[in-house]
Design a protein around this ligand. Structure first.
Ligand code: SIN
Length: 325
């Protein structure tokens, strides 16, 4: 098995977390253990080969920033381009793993497929010192999947949690504490991956467009959208009810925002399923776009990247770019 080594990039999270009291594993500090310490007791095969551990960050992922996404993105790109690295594993907090997943998918998915390498995101729902901690088994699975990607033809930007391998694009945290909280609605990968991977530029600058998520609900108003527009927001994702339906007052404000040229993407707050154009709202007449199967937080990152890409290509057509993600 020992041919080429694995790059292990640590971002922090519960997988690197420590509970103050082992009997109360829900009270812990995320991002407490260095990533090199996570592999020490994994009992990998003797011939597994070298693991090069690099600490990109060690944070609770609620505090992720665009700067950290950029740092991670360039570290992944570097690993993909290095001939001595056969695969990459990223340990990450689960709270925003889906946002990092869509970011890596959109910017480096095609490159990973080109080099026939897997970039596998993983994390944990229980801190490292909890009884039955899930981090070690998730990390072990990720390391083997990354190592064997060329033989299994399972490459691209992927994720493994609770024994389930999926495209990182399909991650979506849908439970507060279940061990499979992120993959519960993702399609399990059980063969070679032929799915197209997106190909947007990896941002090199920290100044990303300002994109906010607003939620539709009973009694909604357009006041928040009006305020965002007055503050020069660059894009708005609306988390609609059901199939992405929007309260009339909120819709009126979003129509006005789109008329002013502000990109508006319509998603659903339900947590699963997809939002399709023209079903429940006339997107094209309003110059809005549907998020398809992207959750509101993923649609937010996708819209930021689509606006950045449109700016760099000097086009207004952010919609066509968003549609490739
Ligand atoms: C985090 O996202 O960093 C904390 C929660 C977790 O990893 O499960």
């Amino acid at each position: 098995m020992n041919s080429g080594h694995i790059l292990l990039l640590g971002m922090g999270g519960t997988i690197a977390g420590v509970a103050m009291d082992r009997a109360k594993p829900m009270a812990y500090q995320a991002g407490a253990i260095p990533v090199s310490g996570l592999v020490q007791d994994l009992e990998l095969d003797e011939d597994f080969g070298e693991i090069e551990a690099v600490q990109v960050a060690n944070v609770d992922s609620r505090h992720m920033t665009e700067e950290l996404l950029i740092q991670l993105g360039w570290a992944v790109k570097d690993g993909l381009e290095r001939p001595d690295i056969v695969g990459i594993v990223v340990t990450h907090g689960t709270d925003t793993m889906e946002e990092t997943g869509i970011f890596l998918h959109a910017t480096l998915g095609k490159l990973a497929s080109h080099y026939k390498k897997a970039v596998i995101l993983t994390g944990a729902m229980l801190p490292a010192n909890a009884d039955h901690a899930d981090g070690p088994s998730n990390l072990r699975a990720a390391l083997y999947l990354a190592k064997e990607a060329k033989q299994t033809e399972q490459f691209g930007i992927l994720a493994v949690m609770a024994g389930k391998l999926c495209l990182a694009r399909e991650l979506s945290k849908q439970h507060t504490h279940a061990l499979d909280a992120l993959v519960v609605n993702a399609h399990e990968i059980d063969g070679p991956i032929h799915k197209r991977q997106a190909d947007l530029s990896l941002p090199g600058q920290a100044q990303w467009p300002w994109v906010e998520v607003v939620t539709s609900h009973g009694g909604a108003s357009g006041k928040l959208v009006d305020w965002l527009v007055s503050e020069h927001v660059d894009g708005i994702v609306v988390a609609g009810t059901g199939q992405g339906s929007i309260h009339g007052r909120l819709a009126d404000a979003l129509i006005k925002a789109a008329e002013l040229g502000i990109p508006v993407v319509r998603s659903s707050r339900t947590g699963a399923g997809a939002v399709f154009s023209e079903i429940s709202e006339p997107d094209s007449a309003r110059n809005w776009l549907s998020a398809r199967d992207l959750s509101p937080p993923k649609a937010r990152i996708a819209l930021q990247l689509a606006i950045l890409e449109a700016n760099s290509r000097k086009t207004d057509d952010w919609q066509s770019i968003f549609a490739t993600i």
